[in-house]
Design a protein around this ligand. Structure first.
Ligand SMILES: *Cc1c(COP(=O)(O)O)cnc(C)c1O
Length: 431
């Protein structure tokens, strides 16, 4: 009976829902999985089969599904105010959230501009940077990004991204942007990457508004972890040319890399910090670009000068989402999450190291709460095979091509990490 509901919902779904990042024809072969409820790291389907959410539901969930504390915060907020226009009006959750975020960040980052998803935050940062120079009477209209970057799917964000699978088709529509190589490894040499950057700056330095990068991990770029010292030195070079720095911490912010924000490890204060995904603990769409007072001042003028940043989204700074975000910050504080994650990360490293016994596993790497490695396989589309075998064992894994990664909610236990590794061992042996 239960099974029947599961199939029925999947069929109804396919009648009207066009899913993201999906070749819909694949669902002729692979069934959709309707989820009935969830708790902690587990998602449950209509047969009450549980799946460990090894990808934090696309990297957004931090403290588990149906977290009681966040649920309560949203329910409490819901009684008083669900949403209000953020132009000309404001609300308490967003004021609290903004001051708390700024308090967690370097002193120079003081002004929060909100949107409702990661790509929109990138659009805001790009437009704001261009507009900053415009307001200063300086003509700059290029952006510089790293090879293998991912910044989202809207036209502007795609323009600075470099993942061909998402970008190639739309190339004729995109803005012109410049690209420089990311260093090849986490701890190794980055001199040649810096040299390439210097070459580009010598030619285009005065035309570039901003250098945009995902500090420490290019997540959608197959979890590429790269040298933090490069980031530090590259940003210094860019600043010498008056180029602004945009840190896209949409995926890596909120503790993912081991520190609250990746910028702490890089020793860089960016001009724009883009945050989303984990900001609301995976509950509600919310994003923010946090910038400096000097950038804010470049837009601060009488209305008739047309210097204002008039960008907006209907759901900008949604009240319920801000209430969730405040609850997330409470949990970080009260449960000492950053320190606890350090221990969990060490355990993850030990456990995943066991997989290296297989000669099919290469390039094992870890950064905070992200582990990744490549699998060597002769089979076509290993990602679908691994996905399917994962599901059989109650794991939601979503390999990126040959890259398998584990990026769980922070409430994952040691026992479950051990279980995931044992399952992966079995699956890899089948490749
Ligand atoms: C997910 C992601 C984005 C885009 O965010 P959306 O909310 O999916 O639009 C941008 N940058 C990075 C690094 C991301 O991981």
């Amino acid at each position: 009976m239960q099974n029947h509901i599961q199939e029925h919902l999947a069929t109804l779904d396919l009648a009207h829902i066009w899913h993201p990042c999906t070749q819909m024809k694949d669902h002729e072969q692979f069934p959709l999985i309707p989820i009935k409820h969830a708790k902690g790291v587990y998602l449950y389907d209509f047969n009450d089969k549980g799946y460990i959410d090894c990808v934090s539901s696309w990297w957004v969930n931090l403290f588990g599904h149906c977290n009681e504390y966040i649920n309560n915060a949203i329910s409490t907020q819901l009684v008083n105010l669900e949403h209000v226009i953020l132009a000309g009006f404001t609300h308490e959750p967003i004021i609290t959230l903004s001051s708390r975020l700024c308090a967690l960040l370097p002193d120079a980052l003081t002004k929060c501009f909100y949107a409702d998803n990661g790509s929109s935050a990138i659009e805001v940062a790009l437009k704001m940077s261009f507009h900053y120079f415009h307001n200063h009477g300086e003509k700059r209209n290029l952006f510089l990004a790293l090879n293998n970057a991912y910044h989202g799917e809207t036209i502007g964000a795609l323009s600075v991204g470099d993942v061909a699978l998402y970008k190639e088709t739309y190339a004729p529509l995109l803005l012109e942007s410049l690209r420089t190589p990311a260093p090849p490894t986490q701890f190794g040499d980055y001199a040649s990457a810096l040299e390439s950057l210097e070459q580009i700056l010598k030619i285009h330095g005065t035309q570039i508004c901003a250098f945009i990068l995902e500090p420490l991990i290019q997540c959608a770029g197959n979890m590429h972890m790269y040298n933090k010292d490069y980031i530090h030195e590259a940003c210094i070079l860019c600043k010498e040319y008056g180029i602004q720095i945009i840190f896209d911490e949409i995926a890596v912010g909120f503790g993912r890399t081991g520190s609250m924000f990746a910028l702490e490890q890089c020793g860089v204060v960016p001009d724009y910090l883009c945050l989303s995904k984990g900001i609301s603990g995976g509950y509600m769409p919310l994003s923010v670009v946090i910038t400096t007072d000097s950038i804010y001042q470049a837009f601060y003028a009488p209305y008739a000068t047309y210097k204002a940043f008039l960008h907006s989204h209907s759901y900008t700074g949604n009240t319920l989402a801000c209430a969730a975000a405040n609850a997330v910050l409470d949990i970080f504080l009260h449960d000492n999450i950053i320190a606890k994650n350090k221990e969990l990360s060490t355990y993850m490293q030990q456990e995943f190291a066991l997989l290296q016994d297989s000669n099919k596993v290469t390039n094992m790497r870890i950064c905070g709460m992200v582990v990744a490695f490549e699998v060597i396989t002769s089979k076509e589309r290993p990602n679908i095979f691994i996905f399917q075998e994962g599901l059989k064992r109650g794991l939601l894994l979503r390999p990126l091509g040959h890259t398998i990664y584990f990026m769980p909610p922070y409430v994952i236990t040691r026992d479950l990490i051990h279980y995931v590794v044992q399952c992966l061992k079995e699956i890899i042996a089948m490749l």
